[in-house]
Design a binder for this molecule. Structure first.
Ligand code: BES
Ligand code: ZN
Length: 612
């Protein structure tokens, strides 16, 4: 079955007939765990000779397809032939006008990978059920029939009914107060006037409350997280303003944050008007609000200037990571920005050298995704290698004073469009045509060679030096614990949380500590009790590497409590690699897999050698 020439992950052909607007008329049914209703598609023939419309679908029950103005049923055909969905071909009548609308009546099924349905006992309130979606990269097609390619952008509107007492949110502006439609149902209406890619269509429903945290921002979440999130994300407005200085005007109106239940598999997701985040960001020390900066930046990189397909995903994530760190630098000083880069570098090394292998084609900045599910290609490579490339380009053109104005003009030039790496490259070369140093850039190695980046950013080490000093002293003491223990709680008192994370990175990546040393370290610094999951996670992995019993217990607790892929996948992998804990890992996954989102569940299953 021929795939779209422009997108190896989609069957749709917006170059022949394109969607300009979708209206969803949905009902949320928690009993059946289905989302059902009718979607109206505003379509335009790009090619006047078009005789059919192609869309992506996956595990949907299509009930009828009609032309809106005549009510005529349209013949359609679904080919079920790939691991990432099916091709829906809808035949058009011969007299179909250039602009027309069709209605598709359908329902999601139990196999829907975009939605996670939770029973009341899986929520913190315990009374009401909860459901939320995650469509990136190519799961929108399991929530609604659509042209599921980021090369296309369309506006959307929605009218959603849900049981009363349930609050419904979408990645859009809520139109008016909810309306009762019967004794036990209410209706919510939404509108997204900025054209968006299918993967940005998002919905969440549950016992969700809100708290205002800024002139254009609210926190939304179950009661449990509301105050904590308002504290941890109190810098949101400052971040938005800094992002606007760097990137241009914010076009989305509001910027709200939805704190999801712990099953959410990602740190954050840049759904427009409403970033989705994991509650694992809440630490009481604000240090994980870098993820908020990250999702804010996507309001330009990704949501305005968009990768044309997921081979060019680094245009979304590399630019976002780079700018996220710039915002943190503006807020907390340049050394802090560099410390973030230092902290995240080992995750790139682990990914490239250990998980994939340095020659693996998926370690290229621009991979070939023909026949590869983008979910399988997902890694830190587009983030970290992309960020390293932008660091390199910034240095090459003479620093931030030259590069930042370029970035701003690049966002302005390509806003509302979907582009490829080549569009970026051409504009960069045009903008810096008179810069001699630009001629020396080895584009092919950076973009298409596998392995670690050819140049490592020259990070300022000032905040890392005291961290390495302490880690070095621990390693030294670890080899001769006969001398009195020279450490105390105060050693790390002056570290900020990112420094503490880098301290644990350093111990993890250096000469292994003895069991006695990690026991003492745990007793003194109490990392096992840290409310900051980034710290707890690093302490757990350090312990698992040393086969420290207490870490195995914390590891199982963490992967049972939270479903964030960044934590559960490596931890399950580590437990699996420890022969005495392998069965425990397998049993725990079996017992708790229902709590995980499809992406995390598939990745853990793979890590545990389970064939799904
Ligand atoms: N857009 C991503 C999340 C994503 C990517 C979901 C691909 C599904 C497929 C989001 O912006 C992101 O990058 N999240 C990171 C946050 C981070 C790098 C600060 C995450 O979830 O860890
Ligand atoms: Zn991102």
């Amino acid at each position: 079955m021929a795939l779209s020439p422009g997108d190896p992950s989609s069957y749709s052909r917006p170059d022949i007939v394109k969607t300009t607007h979708i209206h969803m008329d949905w009902d949320i049914n928690f009993q059946e765990k289905v989302l059902s209703g009718t979607c109206t598609y505003h379509l335009t023939k790009v090619d006047p000779s078009a005789t059919s419309v192609l869309m992506d679908v996956r595990d949907l029950d299509i009930l009828s397809i009609k032309l809106e103005n005549t009510g005529e049923e349209l013949k359609h055909n679904i080919d079920r032939d790939t691991s990432f969905g099916s091709r829906l071909e809808i035949a058009l009548p011969s007299d179909c006008s250039k602009d027309f609308r069709i209605l598709i009546k359908y329902s999601t099924t139990a196999k829907c990978e975009a939605l996670l349905w939770m029973e009341p006992n899986q929520t913190s309130g315990g009374v009401h059920p909860f459901v939320f979606s995650q469509c990136q990269s190519i799961l929108a097609r399991s929530m609604l029939p659509c042209q599921d390619t980021p090369s296309l952008k369309a506006t959307y509107s929605a009218s959603v009914t849900a049981p009363k007492d349930i609050n419904v949110l979408m990645s859009a502006i809520r139109k008016e107060e909810n309306q009762p439609v019967s004794d036990d149902k209410v209706k919510f209406s939404f509108e997204q006037k900025v054209p968006v890619m299918s993967y940005l269509i998002a919905i969440a429903a549950g016992d969700i409350k809100s708290k205002k945290i800024g002139p254009r921002s609210h926190i939304w979440s179950e009661e449990k997280y509301l105050e904590m999130a308002a504290f941890d994300f109190s810098e949101t407005e400052k971040m938005l303003q800094t992002a606007e200085e760097l990137c241009g005007p914010y076009v989305w109106g509001i910027y709200d944050i939805l704190v999801l239940p712990p099953s959410f598999a990602f740190g954050g997701m840049e759904n427009p008007c409403l970033t989705f985040v994991t509650p694992t960001l809440l630490s009481g020390d604000k240090s994980n609000s870098t993820t908020i900066a990250h999702e804010i930046v996507h309001s330009w990189t990704g949501n305005l200037v968009t990768n044309v397909n997921f081979e060019h995903f680094w245009l979304n994530e590399g630019f976002t990571k780079f700018t996220e760190c710039k915002i943190m630098g503006r807020l907390h000083g340049e050394p802090y920005r560099h410390l973030l880069g230092i902290r995240d570098w080992p995750s790139l090394e682990e990914c490239v050298n250990k998980n994939f292998g340095a020659n693996h084609p998926l370690t290229r900045l621009v991979p070939d995704l023909k026949g590869v599910d983008p979910e399988d290609a997902f890694s830190v490579v587009p983030y970290q290698k992309g960020q390293a490339f932008l660091y390199f380009l910034e240095t090459t053109v003479g620093g931030a004073s030259e590069f930042e104005p370029f970035l701003k003009s690049y966002y302005d030039k390509f806003k509302y469009l979907s582009i490829s790496t080549n569009d970026f490259k051409e504009y960069f070369l045009e903008y810096f045509a008179s810069c001699e140093a630009v001629k020396t850039i080895d584009w092919d190695t950076w973009l298409y060679s596998p392995g670690m980046p050819p140049v490592k950013p020259n990070f300022n080490q000032s905040l890392a030096i005291p961290v390495y000093d302490l880690a070095g002293r621990w390693r030294k003491w670890s080899v001769d614990t006969s001398v009195a223990c020279p450490f105390n709680e105060e050693d790390i008192a002056s570290f900020n949380p990112i420094q503490t994370m880098e301290f644990l990175n350093s111990l993890f990546n250096g000469e292994p500590l003895t069991l006695l040393a990690i026991e003492k370290l745990t007793e003194l610094y109490k990392f096992n009790e840290s409310p900051n999951k980034e710290i707890l996670y690093r302490w757990i992995r350090l312990g698992l590497k040393l086969q420290f019993e207490a870490s195995a217990k914390s590891a199982v607790d963490l992967v049972t409590e939270v479903g964030r892929g960044k934590y559960v996948v490596p931890i399950y992998k580590d437990l699996y690699a420890w022969p005495e804990k392998r069965q425990l890992a397998l049993d725990n996954f079996e017992a708790t897999r229902f709590k995980l989102m499809s992406s995390a569940r598939n990745d853990v299953a793979k890590a545990l050698g389970i064939k799904e």
